[in-house]
Design a protein around this ligand. Structure first.
Ligand code: GAP
Length: 439
């Protein structure tokens, strides 16, 4: 089995992530987070919010609506250009993203596929139709009447909810430039081929910042933000630096709004792929909004008196890809003593449970009572503590290793006389005696 399959199986078996609508045969490109996955995802999102918003004074949060006025997408260019190249196999009628059928750019044509003798991944034939652009926005209708005038879209990125609130934030908070506006939330993309677990989904979650700067300072701000993103990935998400790679995006792969983009790639089990991106969006969005809305998007610098339309640096994280990267870095199979185990070496701050508390034997009421006491105290203090009294101790350790619980605490007969417990470490499997009050 591949490492990806191992991770997918573990996620399903232990309640991290399930296929969406599984009970009805699934819904391609959607995933449901279970009890443990929800905690992991929430901790990742909270860590991002704390790092980029709460702990600094130049970035402000917003929480905008998912369904926005359709003029948003006209102004942003999504109606025209938010598309992927779609190609159909004339033999089996399978539909594919043409640029992912080989080493192609987004402007790939039928001629390129023919020249490279690309075969259909489903039927193995070489019978491509013309490549056409497929717009990935999900449309819906707002109100009781379903016609052209009521058509709206689920947002394909959280960024536009930030840009459309730029003026509201400037007029209410009066931030000094450079400043950022951050948002976390759902985005929807009708991907042609959702694939690779949660790597490419149709419903996803993003964490984005639009960082507004003076046009003359975009280069240094771009470098500053790139460095901060690495700091977050390496020191908060604890992703190994050697698994993270910066790639300069060139040519047709550059998004329609960007003058410079760095894709931060990660060594996923499916290969090296984009984890997040940092784009220099210039004044593209604010100018388009000014044109579409007739409103002035200029910022007036109180210190210099200068008025200008700010330029924007955008670090954009996808939550699912970050969850997948964290799981990839944490997943390991090793042996403890002579028994094989699966262990998730999650950073302590991200593990769904910090501690597991157990009585050595579940049929000894005095041990259970003491263990419950410890469990309740730790839960009050740390919140994320679990209880396990099933099977033997060795099995309990394996179960906790697999879900990344850093410490298991066992209450035994000695505890009753000296108030010490065994604390067993997930990574080293070492056990030490610790006084309850020291926990
Ligand atoms: N506002 C800019 C923007 O949305 P993007 O490169 O299209 O840029 C940003 O997306 C991030 O969102 C990606 O780096 C990735 O982490 C995540 N992402 C994009 N499409 C995704 C999908 N279909 N499934 C999961 N994550 C996705």
């Amino acid at each position: 089995m591949s490492k990806l399959e191992d991770i997918v199986n573990l996620c399903k078996r232990r309640g991290f992530i399930f296929p969406g609508s599984d009970i009805y045969g699934g819904m391609a490109g959607t995933w449901d987070f279970g009890p443990l996955g929800t905690v992991l995802k929430r901790k990742i999102m909270n860590a991002w919010w704390e790092f980029f918003v709460e702990k600094r004074d130049d970035i402000y949060g917003v929480d905008a609506a998912i369904i926005m006025n359709p003029r948003t997408w006209k102004a942003s260019g999504h109606t025209e250009t938010f598309s992927d190249p779609l190609v159909e196999c004339m033999n089996c009628k399978g539909r594919f993203r043409a640029d992912k059928l080989g080493d192609f750019q987004a402007d790939v044509t039928k001629l390129d596929l023919d020249k490279a003798l690309v075969k259909c991944p489903t039927c193995g034939q070489h019978a491509w139709g013309e490549v056409r652009q497929f717009n990935m926005m999900f449309s819906t209708h707002v109100g009781a009447v379903s016609d052209e005038t009521s058509e709206a879209y689920l947002r394909p990125e959280t960024a536009q909810g930030i840009f459309t609130n730029y003026k509201n934030v400037v007029d209410t908070i009066y931030p000094n430039i450079p400043f950022g506006i951050a948002q976390q939330g759902k985005a929807f993309r009708n991907e042609i081929s959702p694939r690779d677990f949660i790597f490419r989904c149709r419903e996803l979650e993003q964490m984005e910042i639009e960082y507004f700067v003076h046009p003359d300072t975009w280069k240094e701000n771009f470098e500053k933000i790139l460095k901060e993103c690495h700091d977050f990935l390496e020191n908060k998400m604890k992703l190994p630096a050697e698994m993270i790679h910066d790639v300069e995006v060139e040519g047709a792969d550059l998004a329609h709004y960007s003058k410079r983009t760095i894709d931060v790639e990660f060594d996923f089990p499916i290969g090296r792929e984009e984890l997040m991106g940092i784009a220099y969006r210039t004044d593209f969005d604010l100018n388009n909004i000014a044109r579409e809305s007739g409103k002035n998007m200029e910022y007036r610098d109180k210190n210099t008196g200068e008025s200008f339309v700010p330029h924007v640096i955008e670090p954009s994280f996808g939550v699912e890809r970050l969850v997948m990267a964290v799981l990839t870095a944490a997943y390991e199979e090793d042996t403890v003593g002579d028994s094989a185990r699966v262990v998730l070496r999650l950073p302590e701050e991200l593990a769904p449970y910090r501690f597991c508390v157990s009585p050595l034997l579940k049929n000894k009421p005095e041990l259970v009572e003491k263990a419950k006491e410890v469990y309740t105290k730790l839960r009050e203090k740390y919140g994320n503590v679990t209880w396990d009294d099933s099977g033997n101790i060795g099995k309990r350790y394996r179960k906790q290793d697999e879900i990344g619980t850093p410490k298991c605490i066992v209450i035994d007969f000695d505890t009753l006389s000296d108030n010490t417990v065994t604390v067993r470490d997930r990574d080293t499997a070492e056990q030490v005696r610790v006084e309850i009050k020291e926990l």
